[in-house]
Design a binder for this molecule. Sequence first.
Ligand SMILES: [Zn+2]
Ligand SMILES: [Zn+2]
Length: 278
Amino acid sequence: MVHSNCHTHTVFCDGKNTPEEMLLAAIDKGFTCLGFSFHSPMTPLADWAILKEDLPVYTAEIRRLQSLYGDRIEILHGVELDRDYCGVDVADYDYVIAAVHQLTKGDLHFDVDASPEILSEGCDMLFGSDWLALAADYYDRVADFTCRIRPTIVAHLDLIEKFNEDNALFDSGDPAYQKLACGCIDKVLAACPDVLFEVNTGAMYRCGKKQPYPAPFLLRHLYERGAKVIVTADAHTTDALDFAFDKALAAIRAAGFDTVYELRRVDGKAKAVPIQLK
Ligand SMILES: [Zn+2]
Ligand SMILES: [Zn+2]
C-alpha cells in the first residue's frame, strides 16, 4: 500500500549504501517516491552525522540523481535535523524530520540509541539512575525542538524505547512515564497540528525490535488527538527500504486510524498525501 519512504540514510552519514544504490533499489521495489534524509551536522561532532564540508557534494549528488532518474521516480531532498544540529539552513531542503538523539548536561552528553549500555550509563551519569527523569528530559527536548522548528515530520517519537523490549530497562507501562510521552504529543500538536508523526520500522530491521516506534499506547493517543501518521523505514541499507511496512500498517490500523500519509513530490515540492487504509 505504501510505495515510498522519506527516511533514508546513505554513506554520506551512517548508511551503508550510496544514494544511487538506494535509489535503484527503490525503483526495483516499484516505489513512486524516495526521500533522502541525511543526519544533520552536529555539535559536538557525531560519527553518525554528515560532515559540514561534505554537504555541497552530497547535495550535488542528489541533484544529479534527480536529473538522471527523475522521470522514473519522485526524488525528495530532505534532512533529519537533530536538536543539536549546526551548519544547515532548513530552507534548502524539501522537508525536515525533527529528531532528538542525544541527551546533554553541561559538557556531558550521550546518544540514547547507540547501545543499551550507553543508554544505561547515561541514565546513571546524567540522571542519577532515575529513568523517569531521563524520560522527562527527553520528551521535553522533543516537544521544545519540534515546536521551535515546526518540521514536516517528528522522528521516532519514543527513541528511548529502542532497547527497552519487554521493559528491559524501565517500565513503559508506568502511568507516570506514559503521561510524559503523551504530554509531549499534546504540546507538539498544540503548536503544529498538521505535523506528521512517523511510524518508524528502523529498529525492527536493525536490532530486532518487535514493534515500530511509537509504542501502541502512543499510536492510540495520536489517533485520539487527530494526529497524522506516516510510515518510514529509517533505512540505512537497500534491503531495509520497506522493511516491516505491513507490520507498521497493522499497528496503525489497530490504533484506529483509517488513513496514513506519504510524502510525494507535487509541483516540485514535498506534499503530504493521504492514503486510505483498506
Ligand atoms: Zn534518527
Ligand atoms: Zn534516521
